[in-house]
Design a protein around this ligand. Structure first.
Ligand SMILES: [Zn+2]
Length: 315
């Protein structure tokens, strides 16, 4: 990212305008569901917001999570898969990172999320690291921790995030932190849940949180509605993606990440059935490889490495 003070000012104004416009357009309701291409209600407003375009890639890192988000020269990585997948992530994103990698998010301390981040933190000049402060005495976590310490010497800013935080990553990318509220005994439930609103399109990233957190977010009234792309909680485990959450979030597209033939039985039928009941089009990294959502601020188009959707309305 290039730092120009005036751009910051313009971006802040643009965000305010977008939030206001987004709220008004959302009120119109409508929008299609069950298709991989979400037609917005904006019609000729497409691109009128002057947004440069957003790309969200749910990377295929086997059994784990890694998500790369890009708008112009602003780039964000959420999680890095297991330690061995660090190289995969680096290969996938190296050509897209211009200058600094603006933000790295570690959603929680588990190896399938934090593992690959050591390579990323060592391989790039990283602007900020957002994480939850929950530590682990594991090789995967120690790798992240020591790479973060080295990064801080070079100027990387560290931010411990909590529900209610609104974080600007650069460009038009503003993230709302929906979880955690504090630390519990569950590493999964301590995970960072983020919502990214881009124009009138919403992207919700659930990390590995369970239905306990899903219901807590519901009760707090922090969840977005009519989400264009949901990164499904906990690799489509049966204890995530509860009906209550889905009936509020109403995802048009749901993407889970997991490895082919993983030993956990992901994705579970329980989660898939609940997602189907919301009429969300479902994609999975085990079936489709990397799944990419592209937003112009009005609608989101989905492309995949291979195959058809895991499920869509009418199949
Ligand atoms: Zn996980």
């Amino acid at each position: 990212m290039k730092k120009v003070a005036i751009v910051v000012g313009i971006a802040v104004v643009a965000i305010v305008v977008l939030v206001i416009t987004g709220g008004m357009l959302k009120g119109n309701g409508g929008g299609s569901s069950g298709t991989s291409e979400d037609k917005g209600t904006g019609g000729t407003d497409s691109g009128a917001a002057g947004l440069p375009g957003l790309t969200v890639r749910i990377l295929d890192v086997g059994q784990g999570d890694s998500i790369f988000i890009e708008e112009g020269d602003v780039e964000i990585l959420i999680d890095g898969g297991v330690v061995d997948e660090g190289k995969t992530v680096m290969n996938d994103i190296r050509g897209s990172v211009e200058g600094k990698l603006d933000v790295v998010v570690c959603t929680h301390k588990d190896a399938d999320h934090v593992g690959g981040l050591a390579d990323v933190l060592k391989g790039f000049d990283v602007g900020q690291v957002w994480w939850n402060g929950d530590t682990a005495d594991t090789g995967a976590f120690r790798g992240f921790s020591s790479a973060l310490a080295q990064g801080k010497v070079k100027g990387t800013q560290e931010k411990i995030v909590r529900r209610g935080d609104v974080l600007w990553a650069g460009g038009n990318l503003v993230f709302s932190v929906l979880n955690p509220t504090g630390m519990t005994g569950s590493s999964n439930d301590n995970g960072i849940v983020l919502n990214l609103m881009y124009g009138i399109t919403d992207f919700l990233f659930e990390a590995d949180v369970s239905d306990t957190v899903e219901k807590s977010m519901l009760a707090a009234g922090v969840l977005p509605t009519d989400v264009n792309m949901l990164k499904v909680g906990h690799h489509a485990s049966k204890t995530s993606s509860c009906t209550e959450l889905l009936s509020t979030v109403r995802p048009k597209v749901a993407v889970y990440s997991c490895g082919v033939g993983n030993s956990y039985g992901f994705p579970t039928q329980d989660a898939l059935v609940r997602l189907k009941n919301t009429k969300a089009t479902i994609y999975g990294t085990d079936v489709n490889g990397t799944v990419t959502g592209t937003s112009d601020g009005v609608s989101v188009k989905i492309t995949v490495d291979r195959g058809d959707a895991v499920w869509k309305l009418g199949t």
